[in-house]
Design a protein around this ligand. Structure first.
Ligand code: ADP
Ligand code: ZN
Ligand code: ZN
Length: 659
C-alpha cells in the first residue's frame, strides 16, 4: 500500500500543513499531482507533496481521483517548501501561488479560448515571433565580458547603469540557453513589462514566448500557464508571480531591476521574487542573472562576499549621462519662494518646452502614512534607536517608530534647529498637476499615478500617449520612474526627493539613491544632454550626492555602517508580525500580550541572537476599519521563530518586509 502526503485546499485556514491519504491500487501518482480527497464533510482538491510506502499507523481515507498528469514539476514542490519555511506561510498557500486561479478552479486540462472573452491583452499581441530571429548589435566589450561571467558562474549580479545594455545581455544569455535546448525565464517589475519589451525579446530571439502578468484576464493567464507547463515556449517573461511558472528544463533565470520593491508580494505568501528566483535557480540548476543599476544593498553585499559573481557595465551604450543638479529647497524658502517648484526647475522645463522637447515631473507619495520634516534644516524626526523617520499617526496624535515602538508627541517645532517650519503631508500628484497646468497653460499635461492608470491598459494608454508625443509634460508617481526610454525627454524634475529620503523605512537612503538614479536614466537616451533637477532640503545627504555622481559603490560604502549600527539587513534579518482588530483597545492589548508570550517562548526555547521589539503601531495603523499593531523581530535565521509566533485570527507575518 502506498500513502500520500497531501496539501489540501480546504485546509487552508488550519494549522496543519499536510494530511495523509491512501493511494488506491492502480492510481499512478508522483509529487506534484493534483488530487481530490474526502475532507471534512465535503471533498477538496489537494496536491501530492510526498509519497511513502510506510504505514502511517493512523486510519487513512483513500484519494478519490487524480489528474492524468502532475500539475506541478518536482522542483516546484521543493520551492514551495522553501518559500513556506522562509516566509512563514502555509505550504498550501505557496502551492496555490503556483497555479492560476482558473486552473485551481478545477479544469484539469488546458482550456480553449472562450467565446465570452472580449479583451485580449496587448502584451500578448507581441508574444509571437514576426519572423526569424533578428541578429542583435555586436556586443560591446563590457557586454561580452558580462556574458563570459554568466557562462562561467551559477549566479551573477549584473551591475550596469541604466542604458548600459543589460537587456541585450539577458537576450544573449537567453539565446545561448535556448540553443542548448533549455528554457529561459525573465522577471521584470510589473510596470516595466511593456508591449515594447515583449516585442523586443520576441524579435531578437525569434521564439514563441509566454507572458505572465497580472493585467492578463484569468483565461489568458491560464492559457499562458498551460503553454509553459507543456513546454511549448522557450522563453517566459513576466512580473513577480512568474517566478512560480512551471518551466520544464529551465536553463536561465534573469531578474531585471533586482531590488525593486515591485518584486515583493503584498499578500500571503509575502515572498520577494528575487529571493525565490535564487532558490529556483538552485533547485533547477539554471544560471541566475540579477541585473540592476541600483542593486539592493543586501545583494551587493553578497556579491562582495563572493556569494554572487559580479559583472559590471559601467557605461551607457549610447548618449551622454544626464546632468543631475541638486536644488536646495531651504534656499528657495529663504529667498521667499514658497512654491514647491524651484526657479531652476521652472527654467529647465521652460527650456525643454521651448525646444519642443518633453518634461517629466516626478512626485513620489507612498501610502497614507507620513512623517514630519523641517523645511529649514531639512531633517525629519527620527527614532534614536533605529535611525529611521518616525511615522505620524493622526489616530494616536503621536509619532512612533514602527520598528521598535518608541513613541513621542508630535513636536510643534523642529527638535534639531527649533524652527516652526515643520510639516507633515506634502503635495500630491493631483495638486501638482493643477499647478503645472496653470504654470504652462499652453502645454499638454498628462498625469500618471494609480488613480489615473485605472483599468487593465490604463498605464500603457497614458504611456503611449506620452511616448507618441501627444503630451508635453508628464506628472507622475513612481510609476513614471521605471520602464521609460524616451528620446524626446530633456527635462526631468524630482519634485520632492525628501519624500523617499525620509520615508520611515530602513531602506529609505537606498530608495532615494535608486529613485534619482532611475529617474536620471530616463532622460537623454538619444544623446542630447538632458537635465535632471532634484529638489531637496538635504542636498548634502550621501545618497543624493552619490546618485548625482552616479557612484553606486560610494553610496554602498556610506550606507553600510548605519545598517550595521542599527541591526538592519544585511547584518540582521527582519520579520514583522501584525495583529489587526476592529477594536483599538483590544488590538493594543492583544498585541502586548502576544509580545510577552513570544518573549517568554524565545527564552524558554533558547533562541539566541533574536531581538523582539514592539508592539508598535503598524506603519499604516488603521486599515479597512481595523487597528494594527506589530511586533518586530531582528536577528539571524528567523525561521527558528516561525513555530513560536503568535497565531490565529488577526495575525499575519511579513518576513523581509519592504516597508
Ligand atoms: P539597459 O537594459 O541596461 O537599460 P538596454 O539593453 O535597453 O540597456 O540598452 C540601451 C540601448 O542601447 C537600447 O536602445 C539598446 O538597443 C542599445 N544597445 C544595447 N547594446 C548595444 C550594442 N552592443 N550596440 C548597440 N546598441 C546597443
Ligand atoms: Zn530643523
Ligand atoms: Zn525605533
Amino acid at each position: 500500500m502506498l500513502y500520500a502526503e497531501i496539501a489540501v485546499e480546504a485546509g487552508r485556514a488550519l494549522d496543519r500543513e499536510t494530511y495523509t491519504y491512501a493511494v488506491p491500487a492502480g492510481m499512478e501518482l508522483v509529487p506534484g499531482h493534483r488530487v481530490w480527497v474526502p475532507f471534512g464533510r465535503r471533498g477538496s482538491a489537494g496536491y501530492v507533496v510526498a509519497l511513502q510506502a510506510e504505514d502511517p499507523g493512523i486510519e487513512t481515507r483513500e484519494i478519490e481521483r487524480a489528474d492524468a498528469e502532475p500539475l506541478l514539476l518536482p522542483h516546484q514542490l521543493t520551492l514551495a517548501r522553501q518559500v513556506a519555511e522562509h516566509y512563514w506561510a502555509p505550504l498550501i498557500e505557496c502551492i496555490r501561488a503556483m497555479v492560476p486561479p482558473r486552473i485551481r478552479g478545477g479544469r484539469s486540462s488546458g482550456a480553449g479560448p472562450s467565446a465570452r472573452q472580449t479583451r485580449h491583452s496587448r502584451l500578448l499581441a507581441f508574444a509571437r515571433p514576426q519572423g526569424a530571429a533578428e541578429p542583435g548589435p555586436p556586443l560591446t566589450g563590457d557586454q561580452a565580458e558580462a556574458l563570459d561571467t554568466i557562462r562561467a558562474s551559477r549566479a551573477v549580479l549584473l551591475h550596469g547603469v541604466t542604458g548600459s545594455g543589460k537587456t541585450e545581455v539577458y537576450m544573449a544569455a537567453a539565446a545561448a540557453a535556448i540553443a542548448e535546448g533549455l528554457r529561459a525565464l525573465v522577471l521584470v517589475p510589473e510596470i516595466a513589462l511593456t508591449p515594447q519589451l515583449v516585442e523586443r525579446f520576441s524579435r531578437r530571439l525569434g521564439v514563441v514566448l509566454a507572458v505572465l502578468h497580472s493585467g492578463l484576464t484569468e483565461l489568458e493567464r491560464a492559457q499562458q500557464w498551460w503553454r509553459v507547463r507543456r513546454g511549448e515556449v522557450d522563453l517566459v517573461i513576466g512580473s513577480r508571480s512568474a517566478v512560480f511558472a512551471p518551466v520544464p528544463r529551465l536553463g536561465l533565470v534573469c531578474v531585471d531591476e533586482e531590488g525593486s520593491s515591485a518584486f515583493k508580494q503584498d499578500r500571503t505568501p509575502r515572498y520577494e521574487a528575487g529571493w525565490v528566483a535564487r532558490r529556483l535557480a538552485e533547485a533547477t540548476g539554471a544560471r541566475l542573472v540579477l541585473g540592476s543599476a541600483t542593486p539592493s544593498v543586501a545583494t551587493y553585499s553578497e556579491s562582495r562576499g563572493g556569494g554572487l559573481a559580479l559583472a559590471r557595465l559601467p557605461r551607457r551604450v549610447r548618449g551622454a549621462p544626464a546632468v543631475v543638479e541638486l536644488v536646495d529647497m531651504r534656499e528657495e524658502l529663504q529667498r521667499g519662494n514658497r512654491m514647491p517648484l524651484s526657479r531652476r526647475l521652472l527654467e529647465t522645463v521652460d527650456a525643454a518646452l521651448g525646444n519642443e522637447e518633453q518634461a517629466i515631473l516626478f512626485l513620489n507619495r507612498r501610502g497614507a502614512a507620513t512623517f514630519v520634516l523641517c523645511r529649514e534644516c531639512g531633517r525629519s524626526v527620527e527614532c534614536l534607536g533605529c535611525s529611521v523617520s518616525m511615522v505620524q499617526h493622526l489616530e494616536l496624535d503621536a509619532l512612533s517608530c514602527h520598528y521598535c515602538g518608541y513613541t513621542r508627541p508630535v513636536p510643534h517645532e523642529c527638535p534639531y534647529c527649533g524652527s516652526r517650519h515643520i510639516r507633515g503631508l506634502g503635495l500630491g500628484t493631483q495638486r501638482l498637476e493643477g499647478m503645472v497646468r496653470k504654470l504652462w497653460p499652453e502645454a499638454r499635461v498628462l498625469r500618471l499615478d494609480r488613480d489615473a492608470a485605472r483599468g487593465p491598459d490604463g498605464y500603457f494608454d497614458i504611456f503611449e500617449a506620452f511616448a507618441s508625443r501627444r503630451a508635453d509634460i508628464l506628472v507622475g508617481t513612481q510609476l513614471v520612474a521605471r520602464g521609460f526610454d524616451l528620446d524626446a525627454v530633456s527635462a526631468v524634475g524630482v519634485v520632492d526627493a525628501d519624500l523617499p529620503l525620509h520615508f520611515p523605512d530602513y531602506r529609505s537612503a537606498e530608495a532615494a539613491f535608486a529613485l534619482v538614479t532611475q529617474v536620471a536614466g530616463r532622460a537623454g537616451r538619444a544623446g542630447q544632454p538632458a537635465r535632471v533637477i532634484v529638489q531637496t532640503s538635504n542636498p548634502d545627504h550621501y545618497s543624493l550626492r552619490h546618485a548625482q555622481a552616479g557612484d553606486y559603490e560610494a553610496f554602498y560604502l556610506d550606507e553600510l555602517p548605519s545598517r550595521q549600527a542599527f541591526s538592519f539587513p544585511p547584518y540582521a534579518q527582519l520579520a514583522v508580525l501584525t495583529y489587526a482588530h476592529r477594536d483599538p483597545d483590544h488590538a493594543a492589548a492583544a498585541a502586548r500580550e502576544a509580545a510577552e508570550t513570544l518573549a517568554a517562548a524565545l527564552l524558554r526555547e533558547r533562541v539566541g541572537g533574536v531581538r523582539l521589539q514592539g508592539p508598535s503601531p503598524a506603519f499604516i495603523h488603521r486599515l479597512r476599519g481595523e487597528y494594527r499593531w506589530q511586533l518586530t523581530l531582528r536577528g539571524e535565521r528567523l525561521e527558528r521563530v516561525r513555530l513560536l509566533a503568535p497565531r490565529g485570527r488577526g495575525w499575519s507575518y511579513d518576513v523581509d518586509p519592504v516597508t
